[in-house]
Write a protein of this length. Structure first.
Lengths: 328, 328
């Protein structure tokens, strides 16, 4: 019995995000002019999967009580890189995909090394490295564009539907969770990352490998952002160094992480929650579309939903008995 | 260097250097180095006209960074800068369109809108205990939504009032730009507020440990709320000046000020964790960033290179003096 309550408490944020997503998506799909069809689901999944991957990347770092403001820029950089090298024969395409993922790993590793060995605050470090990554992206693609021999047959397989009408992008997301998140969460390093985020001093005293945990978290964050950048290229067949796009994704990833029940103070939450947070956030944005509200009001609506949903988080204050607990 | 050695070294220095923070000294040193480097490229970098022009451009960033600094001293952050700046510019320009009364009230109206948004931030952080990173993000989104709905998504046609143009572009005494004088007034007020009032003491106290400040009898929640309101007001004021400078407001006019204002504050030696930092440092950081941007653009460095150098300089300077203590 007690075990169940503990487990419920641990996953409450994730479950809440899942519920919000289900409600939002039901409203969305039931009001959609085309109804609840495989195509509607695929379109929604394709829109959501980019933010879901970037939100997973953000989660990795947030768990260690850090913040990664360069996720959007790594995403843009990998998009620009992918628009050059995911091309040609199947073998070359596979090499290109591996290359893009390596770029992401490398960006994440640099963030991690500067934060760990430079002992700088993650927030300023990633602002600065984000500027560097964006600069490289801009050097690669001063103007938006793609290459002629872009392997669109290969990439379409990742954005279409699997037999049975399941969106391929959702299946890919599930694979990413199974291959990256679950092993991380269950490994010693993953536990160490949670411990570091919960209390770095206590983790240090207990002999937890803090540095290794942080390094792995930042590196995986880079890898997940790269996956998102790769996916963006799969949709658009081209690369664009857009600063607005990069910062939007960074900011939305923080929103998705919070909606997904991951604590910004570190040490609690799950990437699965962040995925549902991201999908819910996207579904909210799409609600306006099905209700045929003027597009001009969309930013305001999205902002209000964000504001209200973070204020709902304040409900926990009611349970605070000691006033001093407010100040952490 | 051991602390007592450092102390002994300090004792040998002239008295006015005792209180000088090494971070501030390094930041000013870099400003001088940048000017010398620039003068190798072209001698006009040392001309009074160029320097005054740079200080005038720096004034806009300086005023915005002043608000950011107060918030960072609390250990919080204000990510709502981009659209609060835009709100200040757009609302004051809109007010100008309403005849003579509107023209008189343009600046106070823009300021009031910024302060109101700042209060929303402050209430969220202080009373609802929402992490500042997420509530300011939400307020930024709401401000953006309001402005997009207000302007219809186009650049507003209303032009800035004569008073706005006067304080942003005019010069009165000895050819000193008015914007610089305004910055000097705002800066002096900030120094007075931070060093000579109980409010300022409380800001530093809360930044060090909010719990301790609360137990010492400070109404910490009210201080935090007002600090965010000040930051909102100063961001809007920066927007008013920018609108006066360009003689009209524009969409996304504040986007270029978020990261530079954080970078300026942090480069000036203010700890991003709060509780430590001087206004002199922020002045140094603002001038440093403005000069860096100006010199790179004079050298016709492409945007990509500018971004990369910008990021590298921030990381390199922080590695010089912004490192945290080793955990042991």
């Amino acid at each position: 019995m007690i075990d169940w309550r503990y487990r419920f408490d641990e996953h409450r944020g994730t479950l809440l995000a899942f519920l919000v997503f289900i409600v939002m998506f039901t409203i969305y799909a039931s009001n959609h002019p085309a109804g609840f069809t495989a195509n509607v689901v695929t379109t929604a999944a394709n829109k959501g999967v980019l933010l879901a991957l970037v939100a997973m990347a953000q989660t990795m770092v947030v768990i260690t009580a850090g913040i990664d403001l360069s996720v959007g820029m790594v995403f843009i950089l990998c998009n620009c890189v992918a628009s050059y090298i995911v091309a040609g024969s199947p073998g070359m395409t596979a090499l290109g995909v591996a290359g893009v993922l390596l770029v992401g790993l490398f960006c994440g590793a640099i963030n991690g090394l500067v934060v760990i060995y430079g002992r700088l605050q993650p927030i300023v470090t990633t602002i600065a490295t984000g500027a560097i990554y964006f600069g490289i992206a801009l050097a690669l693609r001063p103007n938006p564009g793609g290459v002629d021999n872009f392997n669109s047959d290969f990439t379409d397989a990742f954005t279409g539907q699997l037999p049975g009408g399941i969106p391929a992008s959702l299946a890919a997301l599930a694979v990413v969770v199974l291959v990256i998140w679950v092993p991380f969460r269950r490994s010693t390093i993953g536990r160490a990352a949670y411990a570091t985020g919960s209390s770095e001093v206590a983790a240090y005293m207990s002999g937890v490998p803090i540095r290794r945990a942080k390094f792995v978290a930042y590196t995986l964050s880079g890898l997940l952002s790269a996956l998102a950048g790769l996916y963006l290229t799969f949709f658009t067949y081209s690369g664009e160094a857009s600063a607005a796009n990069g910062s939007t994704y960074t900011l939305y990833s923080i929103a998705a992480v919070v909606l997904g029940g991951v604590s910004l103070f570190g040490g609690s939450g799950s990437a699965v929650g962040a995925i549902f947070g991201a999908l819910a956030f996207r579904a909210i944005g799409d609600l306006l579309f099905v209700f045929d509200i003027e597009p001009l009001w969309q930013p305001l609506f999205q902002g209000m939903v964000l504001l209200v949903s973070v204020c709902i988080g304040a409900a926990r204050l009611v349970r605070v008995r000691n006033r001093l607990d407010l100040f952490g | 260097m051991r602390p007592d050695e450092a102390h002994a070294m300090k004792a040998r220095l002239p008295s006015f250097l005792h209180r000088l923070d090494p971070a501030v000294a390094i930041a000013f040193g870099c400003v001088v180095a940048l000017l010398l480097l620039g003068s190798l490229y072209s001698s006009s970098f040392l001309s009074p006209e160029y320097l005054l022009q740079q200080l005038k451009v720096a004034a806009f960033l300086g005023i915005i960074a002043t608000g950011m600094m107060i918030v960072i001293l609390l250990g919080q952050i204000d990510l709502s800068v981009p659209w609060v700046v835009a709100v200040g510019g757009m609302m004051s320009a809109s007010a100008t369109a309403y005849g003579h009364t509107g023209e008189v009230l343009a600046i106070p109206f823009g300021l009031a809108c910024g302060i109101a948004l700042g209060f929303v931030n402050g209430i969220g952080v202080a009373y609802l205990r929402i992490p500042s990173m997420i509530i300011t993000l939400a307020v930024n989104a709401v401000a953006q939504g309001l402005m997009v709905a207000h302007t219809g998504g186009f650049s507003p046609q209303d032009s800035a009032s004569a008073a706005m143009r006067f304080i942003a572009t005019g010069d009165t005494i000895l050819g000193i730009p008015n914007a610089l004088i305004v910055w000097a007034i705002v800066g002096s007020a900030a120094v007075f507020l931070l060093t000579r009032t109980t409010f300022g003491r409380a800001v530093y106290g809360i930044g060090n440990r909010e719990r301790a400040a609360y137990l010492s009898g400070v109404d910490t929640q009210r201080v935090v709320m007002f600090a965010f309101a000040i930051s909102g007001g100063l961001s809007a004021f920066g927007g008013i000046l920018l609108a006066g400078y360009a003689s009209k407001a524009a969409q996304a006019m504040g986007d270029a000020y978020l990261l530079p204002s954080i970078a300026a504050v942090v480069l000036g030696g203010t700890s991003i964790l709060g509780g430590r930092g001087s206004y002199l440092g922020t002045v140094a950081g603002v001038i440093l960033i403005t000069l860096l941007q100006s010199i790179l653009s004079v050298m016709q460095m492409p945007e990509a290179g500018r971004q990369i150098i910008y990021g590298v300089v921030i990381v390199a300077m922080l590695l010089l003096y912004g490192r945290e203590r080793l955990l042991r």
